[in-house]
Ligand binder design. Structure first.
Ligand code: FPP
Length: 225
């Protein structure tokens, strides 16, 4: 049976969730942050899951209205500060991916702080993709290794990426069927699950059901059975 060692999630549908209830879009992000905590806690208790990578802010999300971007930044900073104790209590190591230099000094400091203070945790690795885009990640990686004397190989490129681990199971909530520039290299052989549920409504039960389906898939990685 397959093990979903690395689960990646595109958390989509926060805005629509809020709009359906006549609330401002940012209320959807607030509700979404609570689900981040629930799903992370669930994964930390499942010993088969080694990594959970969540798409929290893309390189394209800067195009959103200024107030929404500012809200997301504040929400992220508060989340990391408030949840540090939960990370440690659940033995979760926080490992951001993405180019965080574009964030405020204070947010960068908070990200660094949580990373350092959870460095000793050897359970689940939770990665938040922050100012992340797979094309940007691949370009940054190529620029890091372009002056090497040797040919670039799959292994050397992978090693230069922010996320060096192939994805087993990639889930997108919110009804759309696209990857939106998320973990393109690492998801080459990922099993893809697209669900209509909006992220704030996504439950640990939903995740469990997807994992059960995933474990039964025959994964061939391009080979034969
Ligand atoms: C997509 O919903 C979601 C985002 C752009 C950001 C994800 C953020 C969170 C889940 C909350 C904060 C996260 C942390 C880690 C504290 P959307 O706004 O695109 O939804 P829509 O498609 O309905 O408009």
């Amino acid at each position: 049976m397959n093990k979903a060692k690395h689960i990646a999630i595109i958390m989509d549908g926060n805005g629509r969730w809020a709009e359906i209830q006549g609330k401002k879009r940012v209320k959807g992000h607030e509700a979404g942050a609570k689900v981040v905590k629930q799903i992370t806690t669930y994964c930390s208790a499942n010993k088969d899951i080694e990594r959970l990578t969540l798409y929290a802010f893309s390189t394209e999300n800067w195009k959103r209205p200024r107030l929404e971007v500012e809200f997301l930044m504040k929400l992220l900073e508060n989340y990391l500060k408030n949840e540090l104790a939960t990370y440690v209590a659940n033995n979760v190591h926080f490992e951001p991916i993405g180019d965080i230099k574009a964030f405020s000094k204070s947010l960068q400091q908070t990200i660094q702080d949580v990373k350092e203070k959870t460095a000793h945790c050897d359970g689940l690795i939770q990665s938040l993709a922050l100012n992340y885009g797979a094309q940007d990640e691949i370009l940054r990686a190529l620029n890091k290794i372009k002056n090497s004397e040797n040919d670039i190989t799959e292994a050397t490129l992978l090693d230069a990426l922010d996320c060096k681990h192939e994805v087993d199971l990639l889930i997108r909530t919110g009804g759309d069927h696209r990857l939106s520039n998320f973990l393109l290299w690492q998801s080459a052989y990922a099993e893809l699950f697209f669900v209509d549920t909006l992220w704030p409504d996504f439950t640990t039960n939903d995740l469990e059901n997807i994992i059960i389906k995933f474990t039964k898939i025959e994964r061939r990685f391009g080979g034969l059975k």
